[in-house]
Design a protein around this ligand. Structure first.
Ligand code: NDP
Length: 296
């Protein structure tokens, strides 16, 4: 039996459609257009692709997109001054500072300067604390997308054994918090975990957020488990021609799909859900700012 392939691309399209419908209603009934400001410092090629894609999808769902592209040598004070202006701008409901920032800028300082109510990435210390204490928070987009796919596939997650591989602030830790909030029994594995395959074999739900191409093998997976592959790794693909590359996840897809009950592919799994959740978070931030009912 091969696994059900969870189609993140199609799921993300339905999330964007719902957001677009809600945005159209906000405009018509309340005269409000949600706005997302994206700040990019420097010329990191991957970041430029992400920012372009975010801007395009923001406009497609009917929101305003404000892009701020700053040179790599921008000073911390200049960046903080821009964030202060965006915090005060009533037309901006969400602010995203694209990471990583150039080395001379303190990421924690910059992220924590964003108004938590506009922190649509959910990285501000207040939102991290709100999530950890079970209060209403802005939830980081990638783990939120993973949770939505898991809920869609399983319905109730309560009592399930979940293993999250990776403990970063942007994926692993918030993912574990969300699974805990949904009453899973959660293990967080990392580079010092002993017998990782044995730990993963216990899991009904595996979330891999490691950044190591195809590390998780099929024989690590409990038969029937659901596998969410967050990893995005570019590897050489000589079989496609000289100098060619391809994207793979942190899971060895071909072997894992023979054992798992369901699995997300790379590309086309978690990736598309991340931007869809960013748009959903911006809409939520806008509704909260205006005291209007939030989307489900
Ligand atoms: P980080 O590098 O910040 O974290 C990686 C984590 O993996 C660390 O906690 C590290 O452990 C752990 N790790 C590293 N090697 C091993 C190992 N051999 N065994 C077990 N654990 C290990 O990465 P991110 O969380 O930012 O991203 C993870 C992956 O997800 C990347 O491929 C990234 O590109 C992708 N990503 C995808 C997104 C999407 O939209 N789909 C969004 C964000 C990220 P330790 O803490 O001990 O060092």
């Amino acid at each position: 039996m091969t696994a059900r392939i969870i189609d993140g691309k199609a799921f993300a399209a339905t999330v964007r459609e719902k957001v677009a419908t809600h945005v159209a209603r906000l405009k018509e009934e309340n005269g409000i257009t949600p706005g997302l400001a994206v700040v990019l410092v420097g010329e990191d090629p991957a970041s430029q692709v992400y920012v372009r894609s975010k801007g395009k999808q923001t406009v497609e769902v009917g929101m305003n997109s404000y892009e701020h592209r700053l040179p790599a040598e921008t000073s911390e004070n200049e960046l903080l001054a821009l964030i202060e202006r965006l915090n005060a701008d009533p037309d901006v409901h969400g602010i995203l500072v694209q990471l990583p920032l150039p080395g001379h800028l303190n990421e924690d300082l910059v992220i924590n300067a964003i108004d938590p109510a506009k922190d649509v990435d959910g990285f501000h210390i207040s939102n991290v604390g709100l999530l950890a204490t079970g209060q209403k928070a802005m939830v980081p987009c990638t783990p939120l997308g993973c949770l939505m796919m898991l809920r869609d596939h399983h319905g109730d997650l309560s009592g399930m054994e979940a293993v999250v591989i990776g403990r970063s602030n942007i994926v692993g830790k918030p993912m574990a918090q969300l699974l805990l909030r949904d009453s899973c029994t959660v293990t967080i594995a990392h580079s010092r975990t002993r017998d990782l395959p044995g730990v993963v074999r216990r899991a009904d739900i595996v979330v891999a957020a490691v950044g190591r191409p195809e590390m998780v093998q099929g024989d690590w997976i409990k038969p029937g488990a659901t596998v969410i592959d967050v990893g995005i790794n570019r590897i050489d693909a000589p079989e496609r021609g000289e100098g060619k590359t391809r994207l793979v996840g942190d899971v060895h897809f071909d072997s894992a799909k023979e054992v798992a009950g369901a699995i997300t592919p790379v590309p086309g799994g978690v990736g598309p859900m991340t931007i869809a959740c960013l748009l959903a978070n911006t809409l939520t931030a806008c509704c909260r700012a205006h005291g209007l009912p939030e989307p489900e």
